[in-house]
Write a protein that binds this ligand. Structure first.
Ligand SMILES: Nc1ncnc2c1ncn2[C@@H]1O[C@H](COP(=O)(O)OP(=O)(O)OP(=O)(O)O)[C@@H](O)[C@H]1O
Length: 308
């Protein structure tokens, strides 16, 4: 894989709190990565390091072959759409877009205009008079129209309604097809974006819990249902991530340790379907009740061998 951005054994501490702990990861040139994880997992911190907003306590961050911190040559190739982006008080929508146009060499004005129209953004209205969702739409417009080789969206759609979110996904995928680039998208709306993702990086308490191609993930787990004893027996052949029973019926999310023959499943009286990404992430990130998230401790590790 040719990587456009890497973190090598990166630790980030805020006073006594370790937000990232020994993270090593690489982001492919031209790829859409979902940066996933529970609240406080370290997603924003990781993005801040990639965009030169912070310097790691330990380890190395490289973007386009160089340290991004205070590096203008790198940073003009990087667009970071933050969860709660603030704009100068007097800025109208069109001012925000004009300012962005001067920052990014690849800025596409036609694309910006068409996104403004699609999101129904009032170009002359001050940004601080927009609704929460409209402010998000401004950020998304800037993120897409920047056409930056490395574009990061940190939960970009606070307040956006379902129709506008779908518009974002559609425009992202269409524009990515036209101008491939590296997109890193952090979100809690995993199911909504799972179809867009080529790669998944899952953080838990500051550590990498999963780093895998989305395609491999789809083939790596099954949700199996059927008589509880048979589900349990099937699970013993593989690796059970979560399971529950209701009466005599069982259901388990199973990480496969080898190929599964459909006829074999049928003979066992079981039905199986691919495990949705969201369910998989929940299963992997789940900690036993009462166990706090703490960097330095690993979460569940059942999936680690799947990591390419
Ligand atoms: N400036 C800071 N000072 C102290 N602690 C911080 C600071 N920024 C982040 N943290 C802590 O670091 C941890 C990781 O935070 P981060 O914002 O990176 O998580 P996140 O995965 O983006 O979470 P969320 O999904 O809730 O946005 C959290 O425990 C957070 O409280």
């Amino acid at each position: 894989m040719s990587a456009v951005a890497t973190l090598t054994d990166v630790t980030m501490r805020y006073r006594d709190h370790t937000a990232l702990d020994g993270v090593t990861a690489a982001f492919a040139t031209d790829g859409i990565t979902g940066l996933l994880g529970r609240n406080g997992a370290g997603k924003t911190t990781l993005m801040q390091l990639l965009t030169g907003h912070r310097v790691p306590t330990r380890g190395r961050v490289a973007v386009l072959g160089a340290d991004p911190y205070e590096n203008d040559a790198v940073l003009q190739q990087v667009c970071f759409v933050k969860e709660s982006q603030r704009y100068p008080d007097h800025f109208r929508v069109r001012d925000a877009l004009s300012a962005a146009a001067t920052l990014f060499p690849g800025w596409d004005d036609d694309l910006a205009r068409s996104l403004v129209a699609d999101f129904d953004l009032p170009a002359r209205r001050p940004v601080n008079k927009l609704s929460r969702g409209m402010v998000s739409a401004v950020g998304i417009t800037i993120g897409l129209a920047s056409r930056a080789p490395v574009t990061l969206f940190d939960e970009p759609y606070l307040g956006l309604d379902a129709v506008a979110r779908q518009l974002f996904y559609d425009r992202l995928i269409a524009d990515y097809a036209e101008v491939p680039r590296t997109v890193i998208l952090s979100t809690h709306l995993i199911e909504e974006i799972s179809g867009l993702l080529e790669h998944v990086l899952l953080l838990d308490a500051g550590r990498v819990l999963l780093d895998a191609d989305a395609e491999d993930l789809r083939a790596a787990a099954l949700t199996v249902t059927g008589p509880a004893d048979r589900v349990a027996a099937f699970g013993r052949r593989h690796s059970v991530l979560t399971s529950d029973t209701l009466g005599g019926a069982g259901r388990a999310v199973v990480r496969l340790s080898g190929p599964v023959d459909a006829a074999d499943l049928l003979a066992w009286g079981l039905t199986a379907e691919p495990t949705p990404l969201q369910q998989l992430v929940v299963a992997l990130s789940r900690r036993p009740a009462g166990v706090p998230a703490q960097a330095g401790e690993r979460g569940r590790t059942a999936f680690e061998e799947v990591t390419p």
